[in-house]
Design a protein around this ligand. Structure first.
Ligand code: MTE
Ligand code: MOS
Length: 749
């Protein structure tokens, strides 16, 4: 096996005037040095938009863009060869910020709007209007396993790629394209991913393509694993957003109109930017009914690595604006923000249709609110926080409750499908294949549980194989939190097929033994490792024994399964319809303490109540809630991506980029799953859980704002953006201290 290395652009934008690879090629241990000229197929990484080169040809468009590939016996030899590559760049002007991109109208594609009612007219008629701008930051995925692929050439044009990809089918397509072969020739296998978080939905394809090119050129297995620094420099991040908002509301705090303009920084290429912006638009209402709403969205192009999917997929960016609005409404009226939230929640019978026309069914917001306000002792703690703040000058506490309503389904409707392949062997054990990938979210465990429960077997009889494009083809990525909804159903479908075949054969056997009252297929039950007739329980057979009979009776014990999500569909052009199968709901209350002199924040307590339907695996679901929430807290507080003025990433390792660690959990962290909340629209009454809890971190973000606001007695709206880093908090406090106190005193709550 050879080791692969990718050599990337040091410039944000430059022409490649000339290069000479001959010295590098002769360097010891080197098996190949490739440039774009050595790509046998298409020099393309995006199979849809086709705007991202696999290797730069004559121009580089961002720092970190792949230009050359090296394969050598060792990593040290790769690095030595890299130093021998001679290349002359002519730097060109680069656009490195959203503001510059907007000023130079560098739109990546057409703008979109979604609207209901007449926001402008309603704003004019509103008793109160607020306006503002909110910036939310980029973020690094920081999956623990960096992007990695092992490509193994087979006979003829065969190529097998072991990839850390959330999207094996697309990885297969991209590898086939760059190699100039067909999909039948490429197998992508994913055993498990060391964390993806969206960062491996498209961008694992790149590393797979590079490894495959090197393996193809050398005819030897090549493993390419990015170092942490290279991974952070080369791959895209969460999209930065700049959102301009206007909101009108009445004296009680009821929203009358909201007008939003969402701007995202796509980086240099399309990647998933438009789908992400679409989800941002579809979540800019979060949990609130806004009678007159207009959302305009623009995706901007900069000379930075193409930004990509990241847990929440635009949802967090869309929700941040409306949560800011609600927070300001409360401060403007001198009311408790939780109260303003509750009054604006989607209703059950009325006010229950979103700005894109989907009815919010089985709305659990009010239930969650009541239970959480009570279990977190919200009101008593609000008073305690006020008392604490009046007694302390240099420490301020803040408290915030925030909801999440997250739509489940890919908004690109056709992606809502899944396939499975299930084999039963004659010893009664089961091998399950499905199109989803395991990335730590516990999908394979849930699928194993589903198959075992349906067949009436203990878990250890069922194994879930690695995801493999040669076993289950043409799959969507494992994303949009829909992994178990889709693949669980596909596996159940395959198991149902097998069970009906087996039931028919078993009935024939029972009837051969006792013809008095014939058994019927519909009465056959699979339970407790046995197959029996529920009307004549004495007619039974051990599962394993039965499988031996199936082989002898020439019954196929292998079946494919398929699932297509029903009852969804929407008009992307008009922005109206039912993009989601259902909504996941959750709510969080966080309390923080702020050191006014240093800006340091301590998370004192967080209470979360989350709706996961009938949980298939409560331990996994709690893990997703904890992990998602804390990942969100990182984005909201300490994680800040910085570039230098030439577009080089400054925060490219853990010493400059601060993700939350075990020490950054709330001191008192309480998570509950909503009880008695079955979901008729997903497997076993469950609900998707992968992304929604991420956005509960707004409770921490707004608790920090609440604490800052206490510095000026809640009379002045603090300047605030996301992330609320220590530096940002201190600046915000300083501005409050010097601000004129023209704002009205708050009305007592
Ligand atoms: N949990 C772990 N441990 N690792 C991950 O990479 N990805 C998240 C979420 N939870 C992720 C995770 C993202 S972005 C999504 S979309 C879902 O898991 C995908 O898996 P699911 O659809 O099976 O929930
Ligand atoms: Mo998740 S961002 O949909 O991979």
């Amino acid at each position: 096996m050879l080791v692969g290395r990718v050599v990337y652009s040091p410039h944000a934008h430059a022409r490649i005037i000339s290069h000479n690879l001959s010295k590098a090629r002769l360097s010891p241990g080197v098996a190949a040095v490739l440039s774009s000229a050595d790509i046998p197929g298409d020099n393309q990484l995006n199979p849809v938009a086709r705007d991202e080169r696999c290797l730069a040809a004559d121009e580089v468009v961002c720092a970190g863009q792949a230009v050359y590939l090296i394969a050598a016996e060792t990593d040290a030899q790769c690095r030595a060869a890299e130093r021998l590559i001679e290349v002359a760049y002519e730097p060109l002007p680069a656009i490195l910020s959203l503001d510059e991109a907007i000023a130079q109208t560098r739109l990546l594609g057409p703008e979109r709007t979604m609207q209901r009612g007449d926001a402008d007219a309603a704003l004019r008629a509103s008793p109160h209007v607020i306006r503002g701008e909110l910036r939310t930051g980029a973020a690094e995925h920081w999956y623990l396993e960096t992007q990695a692929s092992l490509a193994v050439p087979g006979e003829g044009s065969e190529m097998t790629v072991h990839s850390s990809s959330q999207n094996p089918t697309e990885t297969q397509a991209v590898v086939a394209e760059v190699l100039g072969v067909k999909k039948k020739d490429v197998v992508v296998e994913v055993r498990r991913i060391g964390g993806g978080f969206g960062g491996k939905e498209t961008q694992a394809n790149h590393v797979a393509a590079w490894a495959a090119l090197l393996a193809g050129a050398t005819r030897r297995p090549v493993k390419l694993r990015l170092s942490r620094d290279d991974d952070m420099i080369i791959t895209g991040k969460r999209h930065r957003f700049l959102t301009c908002y206007e909101a009108g509301f009445d004296d009680d705090g009821k929203l009358l109109a909201v007008k939003l303009e969402l701007n995202s920084d796509a980086g240099i290429a399309t990647d998933l930017s438009f789908a992400i912006m679409e989800r941002a638009m579809l979540h800019s209402d979060n949990a609130y009914f806004v009678p007159n709403m207009s959302v305009k969205a623009r995706v901007w192009k900069t000379n930075l690595p193409s930004n990509t999917a990241f847990r929440g997929f635009g949802g967090p960016q869309g929700m941040a604006a409306i949560e800011t609005i609600i927070d300001r409404v409360a401060r403007t009226l001198g009311k408790d923000s939780a109260e303003i939230r509750r009054m604006n929640f989607y209703g059950i019978e009325t006010n229950n249709v979103t700005h894109y026309g989907q009815t919010v069914e089985r709305n659990r917001l009010q239930t969650l609110y009541e239970q959480l306000v009570s279990s977190s002792q919200y009101s008593a703690r609000r008073k305690a926080v006020q008392q604490f703040n009046s007694a302390h000058e240099f420490e301020k506490r803040g408290l915030a409750l925030t909801p999440v309503k997250f739509g489940i389904a890919f908004t690109t409707t056709f992606l809502n499908q899944a396939g499975a392949l299930v084999h039963i062997y004659t010893d009664g054990t089961v091998l399950v294949n499905h199109g989803g990938t395991e990335m730590g979210q516990g999908l394979h465990t849930k699928v194993q549980q589903i198959a075992a429960a349906e067949l009436g077997l203990p878990l250890e009889r069922v194994r879930v194989s690695a995801t493999d494009t040669s076993k289950v083809p043409n799959t969507p990525p494992t994303a949009a939190s829909s992994g178990s909804d889709l693949n669980g159903m596909a596996v159940k479908n395959a198991v149902d097929t097998l069970k009906s075949r087996i039931a028919d054969a078993v009935v024939a056997m029972f009837n051969e033994q006792s013809v008095s009252v014939p058994s019927r297929g519909t009465d056959i039950v699979f339970s407790n490792e046995t197959i029996f007739d529920s009307l004549h329980p004495e007619r039974k057979m051990g599962f394993a024994e039965a499988m031996g009979h199936m082989m002898r009776r020439q019954v196929s014990l292998s079946a494919t399964g398929f699932f297509r999500m029903p009852a969804i569909g929407w008009d992307k052009v008009k922005g109206v319809g039912t993009p989601f199968r259902y909504y996941a709901f959750g709510m969080g209350v966080s309390e923080v303490e702020l050191d006014v002199l240093t800006g340091a924040v301590t998370m004192i307590r967080t209470d979360i109540l989350h709706d996961v339907g009938n949980s298939i695996n409560a331990a996994i679901d709690r893990g997703q809630i904890e992990g998602g929430f804390i990942q969100g807290v990182g984005w909201c507080t300490t994680e800040e991506i910085k570039w230098d003025p030439e577009g080089h990433l400054l925060t490219h390792s853990p010493d400059t980029y601060k993700i939350p660690t075990a020490r950054d959990l709330p001191i008192d962290f309480r998570i509950d799953l909503l009880k008695d909340a079955p979901n008729p629209n997903a497997i076993f009454g469950s609900k998707a859980v992968g992304e929604p809890p991420f956005m509960l971190s707004f409770s921490v973000w707004l608790a920090i704002k609440d604490a800052i606001s206490a510095v000026a007695g809640h009379r002045i709206e603090p300047e605030f953006s996301l992330p609320a880093t220590t530096e940002a908090i201190l600046l915000s406090i300083e501005k409050l201290k010097t601000a004129p106190r023209e704002a009205p005193a708050p009305v007592p709550a």
